[in-house]
Each structure stands twice: as structure tokens, then as C-alpha cells.
Design a protein around this ligand. Structure first.
Ligand SMILES: CC(=O)SCCNC(=O)CCNC(=O)[C@H](O)C(C)(C)COP(=O)(O)OP(=O)(O)OC[C@H]1O[C@@H](n2cnc3c(N)ncnc32)[C@H](O)[C@@H]1OP(=O)(O)O
Length: 410
């Protein structure tokens, strides 16, 4: 079997997307969601693997700008919509699409490619490393109390329709992006993603609502949520607050939003699928054991251009190290790079000097946003220290005070 890779003809989008849905066992999406993905698809960056006149594989890319340590927004290809038909699996179709895509990303001058994986085992072989994680919470609000900071009572809360509050929420979100590595600057149309609320997907919950937190007349935060009413025959109300997202620009607005969610009548839990693992709410609660905490992988990062990627971020402490990078899938990155930088900026260029640390592209991706330390990777045998002291120096420099985190999938 041979397949031929071609850029997606926009007129074939329905067929192409239908094949993607089939590979995912779908379609499970609502009409609204499908229409949004149609609008957001960049056909010129989408590939179809053709077997004769049949689509055997799909892969796409969004043109994102990713927040990195130091607050810069770095061009990053957002790899998405990857699938291979069940009739064509395990014959190298994915590998051929990854090959073509990374060549295209390099040609476009984007230093990074990023993705969220259906299964985390797939993408390491192509040099993607898990760079962030995400925390889910299912908080027992009957048992857990909140310790509110002084001034929380100054916050005024207002419930509004999410669409009516879109601009205010987006203004808050935009300010959060540079403050947390791993977040994506909003591209046109992406503000509609958190507003999707098709009836068919509510699973017993009411409509999506938005609560705005205002301090001195200014919107300082928001939460979008729905309530799923649950009535137990024996004890009565046992509803769940399904929190979609929550962002705030100061501690009192943040605490007030959580206090509101905890206090919703006839509910006994607040559930959310995706929060950063250093969410301040963990320092507001009286009992973390009853917060139903779970962790899973988030964003995967691939350094497509090692020099440009390492120069695009800043470093928590001064660093001057030579990295010996192994990169079989993108061999233009392989070899020694001298990275010199600090909190103001960095240079990263080819060098003939002897190496201080050896690692592969996958580890570089994992450490890139500062979420996973080089020391931890070294302890797992995935980074090798060649000059004593270099690991501690580089590990501290790569670290991020704020945990990197991606708020939504793509
Ligand atoms: C960013 C995103 O869009 S994530 C979504 C990914 N898509 C899905 O999960 C949809 C369902 N799955 C599929 O469509 C396919 O099985 C794919 C895309 C995951 C794999 O496609 P294939 O064409 O079968 O992959 P390909 O034959 O190129 O395999 C390359 C290697 O990856 C391995 N591999 C492929 N899929 C998986 C997997 N799910 N888990 C672990 N390893 C895998 C193969 O075993 C092979 O390993 P090898 O090089 O050591 O022999």
C-alpha cells in the first residue's frame, strides 16, 4: 500500500473531517462544534493521505502563539486532527504525515510544534515531550471550607449570559496569557470555543452561565459553569457544579468566584476537568484530601528549531551551558548548542565546545516551558550530566515559578 500526501482541498473538508471522526469512534460532536472546527481549520496547513481516491489519513495545524517563560508569545504550530483509518493503521501513515508536517513547520519558520495527545504514548518518537500537566478537581463542598483573603467582600458578583460577557471575559483572559507559560494567545474565532453549549452535550446539566467578579466597577474575573441537579431519593439535593473555566486578575476576585461556586444552593460538589496543578484554590481550601485531585498530561512541545526556541524564552537564573541534542527525526537540530541567558534574554548558537549536558529533543520539549525539571528527567535517566554542576545550573534556569498550563484542548 502506498499513500500520497496532499494539502487539503477545502471542498473535501466534510469527507476529510468525517474520516477523522470515524477514527475517533464518532461522530460525537454537536453541529455547532463541527461548524466551529470547520471555520477554524486552516486547509492550507491540513494534510490528507490519499490511497487512490480514498482518504486514509488526516493531520492539521493551527498557527498559534504560545506563551513561554518570560512572557513572549512564540509562533507554534498547533498539531491537530490527526487520524489514520482503521484499514490503514500501523503501516507508517502517521509517520509520513509527521515527517511532512515538521518539514513544513520548519519551512514556515515556527520554532515550536505543540499538541495535546489522544494517547500520550504516540508522539515521543517524533520528538514531542510532555511539557505541562493538568489537574482535575471534584471538590466535596459539603465538607471543604474556603479560607477567604481579607477584602473578598468588596467583590461584586453578577450572573450574565456567557455570550453577553464574551468581551469582558476575553479581556481578563488576554491578561492571563503572558503571566502563565503554556497558554495560547487567542486567534480569531477561538473565543467561541469556551462558549459552546449545545443542548445535546449537556448531559443533564442546565445551560452554561457566566458569573463576573467586579472590584470598584471593573471586571477582574469570571467563571463559566452549569449546574447538574441531582436528587437523591433518601437525602434530597445533591447537585454538581460543572465548572468550565475560571480566571481572575487578583486574589480577592478569584476567592470570591470560588466562594460563589461553593455556595450554590442544592449542590454538594464543584467539578472541573482542567486546572493548573499550582491552582491557588488549593491554598484556599480547608481540606485538599476532599478535593478529588487527579493529574494527567497536558501540552506536548517539540522544539523544531532548537536555537530559535531556546532564544525565545528567558531563564530564571543565569545559565551558560553546552547542550548535546540528539534528534533523529529532525536531524537539523542534532549536535551541540551553547545556551547563555538569564531573566532578560538568551543566545543559543552552534558550538564546537565540549558538551555539559546530553539530552534528546523529547526531553528538551518536556523541560522547555519550565514545568518539568531537567533534574527530574536526569533522575529518570533521560538527561545526562557531562560536566559536574551543569545539571543544577541548567535545571534552575529552565524552571518556571508559575506552572505552565494549557487551559483548553485543540
Ligand atoms: C494531536 C492529535 O490529533 S492526537 C489524535 C491521534 N489520533 C487518534 O488517536 C485517532 C485513533 N488512532 C489513529 O488514528 C491511529 O492509530 C494513529 C494516528 C494514532 C496512528 O497511526 P498509524 O498510521 O497506525 O501510525 P504509524 O503506523 O505511523 O506508527 C508509527 C509508530 O507509532 C506507534 N503507534 C501508533 N499508534 C500508537 C498508539 N496509539 N500508541 C502507541 N504507539 C503507537 C506504532 O506502533 C509505530 O511504532 P514503531 O515505529 O515502533 O513501529
Amino acid at each position: 500500500m502506498t499513500t500520497e500526501l496532499r494539502v487539503l482541498d477545502a471542498e473535501r473538508w466534510d469527507d476529510w473531517y468525517g474520516k477523522l471522526e470515524r477514527a475517533f469512534g464518532g461522530p460525537a460532536e454537536s453541529r455547532e462544534e463541527r461548524a466551529l472546527w470547520r471555520e477554524l481549520t486552516d486547509c492550507e496547513r491540513s494534510l490528507a493521505a490519499w490511497d487512490g481516491d480514498e482518504i486514509a489519513g488526516t493531520a492539521g495545524a493551527f498557527s498559534f502563539r504560545l506563551s513561554v517563560p518570560g512572557g513572549a508569545l512564540v509562533p507554534a504550530a498547533g498539531v491537530t486532527m490527526v487520524s489514520v483509518q482503521p484499514t490503514h493503521r500501523r503501516r507508517g501513515v502517521l509517520t509520513s504525515m509527521m515527517r511532512r508536517q515538521l518539514d513544513d513547520v520548519r519551512a514556515a519558520g515556527e520554532p515550536l510544534a505543540v499538541l495535546t495527545a489522544s494517547e500520550p504514548a504516540i508522539y515521543g518518537r517524533f520528538g514531542y515531550g510532555q511539557a505541562t500537566d493538568q489537574m482535575r478537581l471534584e471538590i466535596d463542598t459539603n465538607r471543604v471550607r474556603l479560607n477567604l483573603p481579607a477584602g473578598t467582600d468588596r467583590v461584586r458578583l453578577r450572573i450574565v449570559a456567557p455570550t453577553a460577557a464574551r468581551e469582558e471575559c476575553e479581556a481578563v483572559y488576554a491578561q492571563r496569557v503572558a503571566a502563565r507559560p503554556g497558554m495560547l494567545a487567542r486567534q480569531p474565532g477561538w473565543d467561541r470555543l469556551p462558549l459552546l453549549d449545545p443542548k445535546a452535550n449537556r448531559d443533564g446539566a442546565g445551560e452554561l452561565l457566566c458569573v463576573l467578579a467586579e472590584v470598584d466597577g471593573e471586571v477582574r474575573g469570571y467563571a463559566r459553569y452549569a449546574v447538574r441537579p441531582i436528587w437523591s431519593p433518601a437525602t434530597g439535593p445533591d447537585g454538581a457544579v460543572l465548572l468550565r473555566d475560571v480566571e481572575a486578575l487578583d486574589p480577592v476576585a478569584y476567592a470570591a468566584l470560588w466562594n460563589f461556586l461553593f455556595g450554590l444552593d442544592l449542590t454538594s460538589s464543584v467539578r472541573i476537568r482542567n486546572r493548573p496543578a499550582d491552582d491557588p484554590v488549593l491554598h484556599l481550601v480547608s481540606d485538599v484530601r476532599r478535593c478529588g485531585i487527579g493529574l494527567r498530561d497536558g501540552l506536548f512541545v517539540r522544539t523544531v528549531d532548537v536555537g530559535a526556541a531556546l532564544e525565545a524564552r528567558t531563564y530564571a537564573t543565569p545559565v551558560d551551558v553546552v547542550l548535546d541534542v540528539e534528534d533523529a527525526f529532525c536531524p537539523w537540530n542534532a549536535g551541540r548548542w551553547r545556551l547563555a541567558g538569564d531573566a532578560k534574554g538568551a543566545t543559543c548558537a552552534r558550538t564546537g565546545d565540549s558538551a555539559d549536558l546530553a539530552l534528546s529533543a523529547r526531553e528538551l520539549g518536556a523541560a522547555y516551558l519550565g514545568g518539568f525539571s531537567l533534574s527530574a528527567l536526569a533522575a529518570a535517566g533521560r538527561v545526562t550530566e557531562l560536566r559536574p554542576g551543569a545539571l543544577a545550573e541548567a535545571s534552575a534556569a529552565f524552571g518556571s515559578d508559575v506552572k505552565p498550563w494549557l487551559p483548553h484542548g485543540f
